[in-house]
Design a protein around this ligand. Structure first.
Ligand code: SF4
Length: 365
């Protein structure tokens, strides 16, 4: 049975991760640019979902949808796709393909179909059980899951099995043949920990071993950002001592402590500013995420975020400013964003023109 992967922007890493899991089960994942016989797999996100749903609706092959938006909106997606993989795919997808290949029509845990509805998952993926990637290179996912459950974020809901780490040996194995080693993790400094209390000795061990290879190490920068309260002198010395990046990327998200509390961020604005100062002290450029337009945000709270943006830019930070996006599966799903106040458009636009901010076009344009 031939199994295809619908090529779409932003889904490369998911493809190589799943390709590794499928190879273990004897399936080869081939890329395609449209529905292709026998089975075509789709990874749906907020951006590509409408177009790919239309494509699947007229596909004349078996379609399997997964990814963040398919997982969160499985009821809607299963009316169009033949199968929806809800949540992690490494174990579920090969199991599903085996069932299809054998011509059986049974409920598979971790899937949703119009025939069987949603069948709850019966497992949680152990990262070491699968190679990091196959049929192409990718980022090494060193950690999966996050205990913080910020109200706007899908990560904790997509990966409910708690925080899991790839072992040092498995990370070393994955790094072979890479000239640049990059990681996927919700918080690079949480490697080896419960996600709340750092275990920097584990991070140090990882970076020490990787630094014995010829590759450059990128850690704490996209796609392995960190949380502000993990930005300590010890953490920063690990970046300056072992890594190629001269930037450190973390989210403060809002200039209002009340908003941060409602989001369940688990840190304050002051924690964010401390992280900025420490990062600068170590000669690194802080790259800071801010979000404007939360549904419950008042004009005054937006103004606090705008003032924080100006303050941060003045200190030498690079800013990523985005309008709030209500992601499916989160507590804020379906709630309309508040439009940015006039000062936000004006000030963030000015920072963008000065090269100090990037972000969502509707806010910066
Ligand atoms: S800390 Fe980051 S990854 Fe974790 S829930 Fe919050 S935004 Fe998501």
């Amino acid at each position: 049975m031939r199994v295809h992967w619908r090529r779409t922007p932003g889904t490369h890493n998911t493809r190589v991760v799943l390709a590794a899991a499928l190879e273990r089960a004897g399936f080869i994942l081939e890329e395609c640019d449209g529905p292709t016989d026998s089975v075509t797999c789709y990874s749906l996100n907020q951006v590509n979902l409408p177009g790919l749903l239309r494509e699947m609706a007229s596909a004349d092959c078996i379609t399997i949808a997964g990814g963040p938006s398919a997982s969160a909106r499985w009821e809607e997606v299963m009316r169009i796709a033949d199968y929806v993989v809800v949540g992690e795919g490494e174990w579920t997808l090969p199991r599903l393909l085996e069932m299809i290949e054998e011509g059986r029509d049974e409920p598979v845990p971790g899937t949703a179909t119009s025939a069987h509805g949603r069948v709850p998952s019966d497992h949680s993926v152990i990262l070491d059980a699968y190679p990091a990637f196959a049929r192409g290179r990718g980022f090494i996912e060193c950690t999966r899951g996050c205990p913080h459950s910020c109200a706007f974020c899908q990560t904790s809901r997509l990966f409910p099995g708690g925080m899991r780490h790839r072992s040092l040996d498995a990370c070393m194995q994955a790094s072979r043949h890479l000239s640049d080693i990059r990681f996927v993790t919700p918080n690079a400094f949480s490697y080896g920990s419960d996600g709340r209390t750092p275990r920097f000795e584990k991070v140090r061990r990882l970076l020490t071993h990787l630094s014995r290879t010829d590759a450059r190490i990128w850690f704490g920068t996209f796609p392995s950002e960190v949380r502000p309260e993990f930005v300590t002198d010890t953490a920063l010395e690990l970046i300056t001592g072992y890594c190629a990046n001269r930037r450190l990327h973390f989210g403060i998200q809002s200039g209002s402590d009340r908003v941060l509390e409602r989001l369940g961020r688990g840190h304050t604005v002051a924690d964010g500013l401390r992280a900025v100062e420490r990062t600068l002290d170590h000669g690194l450029v802080p790259v800071v995420d801010l979000i404007l337009g939360f549904p419950f945000e008042t004009d005054e709270e937006q103004a606090e975020t705008v003032a924080l943006a100006v303050d941060l830019a003045g200190r030498g930070c690079q800013l990523h400013v985005h309008g709030f996006l209500p992601l499916p599966g989160t507590p804020l799903a379906g709630l309309p964003p508040r439009p940015p106040i006039a000062a936000a458009r004006r000030v963030i636009g000015r920072l963008a023109l000065a090269g100090k901010a990037t972000g969502s076009l509707e806010l910066l344009g």
